[in-house]
Design a protein around this ligand. Structure first.
Ligand code: F6R
Length: 253
């Protein structure tokens, strides 16, 4: 079942998603969270830190698996996704260092780096709740448009559009790494629940692919139609631009 949830605005979307996670962690303290980086989940991480400060969520036993990392960027690089997570969430809550899982951006043997992350993912069996953003080209994690989808952790060439979209985080588009290591479609699809968030109108076309009735490896997010429990969380601006009208929940707050 895949549903669309429409929020009045980005702040409400972020706050409600944080509350949803806090509730889940209350019920299952060792929840396995799949996490995304980028501008979309920034509000969510802010709200989670707020809930932590209010003692509404305890990260002591929570496990996290991030979707992806740029190849060639060490953890200390300000544009690495590890740095991002540390800056916006990990350093601000009581998560145990050993419970944080990340694909390695620095390696000598790419196959070994992928195997290592895949093994860690297999050890937890499945992710309880996967947070996803979406690329304007329909990528999830860094599963870029391709002839076929890749199930396991893999190294991917970033699509020209992704390089262009992400150039805003770097001084120059030439500085954007050309490759990333990413969780595959298999681990994402094994997650019990998937929350895909989007608040920029530029994502509407990609989101349409999730409701189109067609699974197309050129629009990787379209695979989510085969999952049994996906919520697509958007603000009104994005909702107004969608062509498909799936089962919809309106949240006014
Ligand atoms: C990042 C990730 C990507 C982003 C997507 C949207 O970990 O997996 O799929 O979610 O590129 O990025 P933003 O949120 O910056 O628009």
């Amino acid at each position: 079942m895949i549903e669309l949830v429409v929020y009045d605005d980005y702040q409400t979307l972020s706050r409600q998603t944080a509350k949803y996670i806090a509730e889940l962690v209350r019920k299952k303290p060792n929840t396995v969270l799949g996490l995304a980086t980028g501008s979309t989940p920034l509000g969510l991480y802010q709200e989670l830190v707020h809930l932590y400060n209010e003692k509404e969520i305890d990260f002591k036993d929570v496990l996290t698996f991030n979707l992806d990392e740029y190849v060639g960027l060490p953890k200390e690089h300000p544009q690495s996704y590890y740095y991002f997570m540390n800056q916006h969430l990990f350093s601000k809550v009581n998560i145990a260092k050993n419970n944080i899982h990340f694909p390695r951006g620095i390696f000598t043997d790419p196959k070994e780096a992928c195997r290592e992350y895949e093994k860690q993912l297999t050890e937890v069996d499945h992710i309880d709740l996967q947070i996803l953003g979406i690329g304007s080209n329909g990528h999830i994690g860094f599963n870029e448009p391709a002839k076929r989808m890749t199930l396991d952790t893999h190294i991917t060439d970033l699509a020209p559009r992704t390089i262009q979209d992400n150039a805003r985080f770097f001084n120059d588009s030439n500085e954007v790494p050309r490759q990333a290591i990413t969780m595959g479609i298999g681990s994402i699809m094994r997650a019990k629940t998937i929350l895909l968030m989007a608040h920029k109108e530029s994502k509407a076309e990609a989101i349409d692919a999730i409701f189109s009735g067609v699974v197309d490896p050129n629009l990787p997010a379209s695979i989510l139609q085969l999952h049994s429990n996906v919520l697509v969380l958007v603000n009104k601006e994005v909702a107004n631009r969608l062509h498909y009208r799936p089962p919809t929940i309106m949240v006014n707050q």
